[in-house]
Design a protein around this ligand. Structure first.
Ligand SMILES: *[C@@H]1O[C@H](CO)[C@@H](O)[C@H](O)[C@H]1NC(C)=O
Ligand SMILES: *[C@@H]1O[C@H](CO)[C@@H](O)[C@H](O)[C@H]1NC(C)=O
Length: 194
């Protein structure tokens, strides 16, 4: 009896499991399909730094998209004194459906390189090791989207972005899909340059 209850709860959780790390806001249940080459990013997959230095292919499964979308990629594990802060690794606008599929995902593309170009993970060494979580969030893009003036400095410097605050200031709805990957601290041969 107990087993039955536990297993049916497990099933429910599996059907709508957060695609973002525990404690991260906004949490997202719908998976963003992210591919680096032919590697599919299941939530939390640990990747080699060298495999994630170019902008990935993104798509969605089981959703009809139209219009334009905004993609953010955020490292939430950047050491800052005894705390952790965030770095914006990409903020790319104007993603639109291509009509093409990869592994069942409806693929989106953009020719935009901003507002913040893709900057590949390069987490610094730490003892003990601390894998960094890189979160991808896909939002519907509001008409005439532009980075609000209150967020220009943080987008330009990339340091310490507060995504819920950005969403409020930019008038974004909750993300429609998300996922995250990890890169181990110390898997780093390229320095971050703001
Ligand atoms: C995600 O799924 C959980 C469990 O079903 C639910 O409580 C939560 O509200 C959902 N979150 C979103 C953003 O849909
Ligand atoms: C295809 O997508 C599924 C999830 O929809 C994933 O589990 C699988 O690893 C992907 N396979 C490839 C080859 O991309």
């Amino acid at each position: 009896m107990l087993f039955k209850i536990v297993s049916s709860l497990g099933l429910l959780a599996g059907a709508a499991f957060a695609q973002t790390p525990a404690g991260f806001t906004p949490s997202v249940n719908k998976t963003l399909d992210v591919y680096y080459g032919s590697t599919y990013i299941s939530p939390g997959l640990m990747m080699k730094k060298s495999s994630v230095q170019s902008k990935p292919t993104i798509g969605v499964t089981g959703m009809e998209l139209s219009g334009k979308y905004l993609l953010a990629m955020i490292d939430i594990d950047v050491p800052s004194g005894s705390a952790r802060t965030t770095v914006l690794h990409a903020l790319l606008q104007d993603w639109a459906p291509t009509g093409q599929t990869q592994n069942g995902s409806s693929i989106l593309t953009t020719s935009a390189t901003g507002p913040a170009s893709y900057f590949g993970p390069a987490p610094p060494a730490e003892t003990p090791k601390h894998p960094h979580n890189y979160i991808f969030l896909l939002h519907e893009q509001p008409a005439s989207f532009a980075v609000p003036s209150s967020q220009r400095q943080v987008v330009q410097s990339r340091m310490g972005i507060n995504w819920p605050k950005f969403m409020t200031d930019a008038g974004l709805e909750d993300p429609i899909a998300g996922v995250y990957l990890q890169v181990q601290s110390g898997d780093n041969t390229k320095m971050f340059v703001a």
